[in-house]
Design a binder for this molecule. Sequence first.
Ligand code: SF4
Ligand code: SF4
Length: 432
Amino acid sequence: MKTGFTPRQLEVPAASSSEAELRRCVRCGFCNATCPTYVLLGDERDSPRGRIYLIKDMLENERAPTAEMVTHIDRCLSCLACVSTCPSGVNYMRLIDHARAYIEDNYKRPWLDRLCRRVLGAVLPHPARMRLAMSFGRLARPLVGLFRAAPLKPVAAMIALTPPRTEPRRDWQAVYPPQGAMRGRVALLQGCAEPVLRPEIRAATLRLLNRMGLEVVFARDEVCCGALVHHMGDEAGAIAAARRNVEAWTRERQIAGLDAIIVTASGCGTSLKSYGHLLRNDPLAEAAAEISNLAADISEVVARFGLPPVTQPQALTVAYQCACSLQHGQKIKDGPAGLLAAAGFAVRTPAEAHLCCGSAGTYNILQPGIATQLRDRKLANLARLSPDIIASGNIGCLTQLGQATSTPLVHTVQLLDWATGGPNPLTERTIQ
Ligand code: SF4
Ligand code: SF4
């Protein structure tokens, strides 16, 4: 695609990075076919190619974003199905992140939208605040009907996503020693939503990694990975979070080295793997690139070090829902399903596996209508497999799908832990 950025504009690193991506696009439109919002809405402006045009026009002409432009950009899930499809290798994530930051700097959203985003950005990355907010959400459940009117729908979505009970706060050790001879030392990302909503996932991860002979540490002073605020256009907030984490893990590496920084919420994994790019112009650029290279999804580390012997095989059918942030964001597609099969489960994958379930960070709160349609479509495809269990590698998918199915939903790592000696995750609390 021909671009017309001026030399002055290209002096700004974000603009020169976006220009490089725009030039890669040949406008073929292959990406439209796999874009969930285009599949649902059929509007070119809700497709990757249409959004790329909007972004180009907005950035190149330094145009003030209009409400219409913002609507179509906001409807993007950042699922990155378009990136998987694109034959030209356009890194759409960089374009949409730049566009969102530009909108936040140059557009005044309606006050309720601003308030909602501010509350989400202030609460979700902080486990203690999130725990408190969930208590309020539960109290507000009987009043959810009052928030069904259009401008208040995000409030209703937030209340609907509140689980029926809050897990008690657990105290975690700083270090979890390996069983038997030590084969490596890894840090585990502490995360924000996952340990509040499903601490069992962390417990299963620790057991499995220790069983594999890995020492697991939690780095001091680590914070939220920054993905939640980044997807809402707060680039400065995302950079600040990335800097703190790079410093925290660099200190941890200096203590006794790290073989990996493990992530069990795949949305956060995509974020960590992008730190090198996010901080490319920062004094911490080199350290950030090293941290990005160390970041690994739990499934990658299990594959690298080997699944422990299967001591408790289960004759169960598992429908595997591959999170967008794994298959499109990190290009990890068949690995987790392969591990589940190696652990003895009968693994099935649904039709339209490339389509997002509608979770997408805060998307199911900010765009509840589209998110609900995508959720129901995903659940219908999963139900056709008649599974005993649905597994996914991302807390967002588990929470989103768990709103509307009675099939037990668990994290992939819980099944791997179970098969290799851990407790039955189905008799512990599942997401419903
Ligand atoms: S598939 Fe790639 S090259 Fe083709 S329109 Fe989409 S982004 Fe552009
Ligand atoms: S990130 Fe997902 S929703 Fe956004 S344009 Fe790409 S395919 Fe469509």
